[in-house]
Design a protein around this ligand. Sequence first.
Ligand SMILES: Cc1cc2nc3c(=O)[nH]c(=O)nc-3n(C[C@H](O)[C@H](O)[C@H](O)COP(=O)(O)O)c2cc1C
Length: 179
Amino acid sequence: MTILAFSGSPRPDSAVSRLLRAAAAPAADSRFIFFEGVLDLPLFSPDLDGADALPPPAVAALRGLLHQAQAVLIATPEYAYGMPGSLKNALDWLVSAGSFYGKPTGVISASPSEVGGERARAGLLLTLEALGAAVVPAASFAVPLVRTKLAATGEVLDAAFAAQLTEAVAALAAAVPAV
Ligand SMILES: Cc1cc2nc3c(=O)[nH]c(=O)nc-3n(C[C@H](O)[C@H](O)[C@H](O)COP(=O)(O)O)c2cc1C
């Protein structure tokens, strides 16, 4: 099974990107493809996304990754109580492709705060609802105090958090229909 690990952070040294890589590391049964390129995408306009429009290369690449994945694990930081604008921009580019529709999706937020980016996650859930993603509750949660749980090296510092990540990947895999 192929899982797209979709980082919503625009930063190269990102906590949510590290979180996704930590979730993937023990999951030998699944193939993970990582998307950490929200800043590579141009700003969306419907005028650039018509039926005859050739998508920009970075958009075509992201659409290709989403198309080949059977499930998605998406993680977002929180900026001013919302998801980063660059993540919303990426999702706007994915509306017309329709590839999120019915796809099992885990939705995680993480933040150094005690709320763990839950407000950003709430907004992300709404947008993913519009895209028709099949959100998997057991793979969807906020991660408060992320700096106490995940080191800058990517090492998971908290056993309960490690178990939560493992269970999230297992729940995603279980939600993919057998062919
Ligand atoms: C402009 C800005 C606004 C932020 N607003 C919030 C916020 O509303 N709530 C919160 O919990 N953290 C907030 N943060 C902290 C980020 O969530 C935190 O830096 C997070 O770890 C970044 O994730 P990343 O390392 O994956 O990029 C904000 C950070 C920035 C730079």
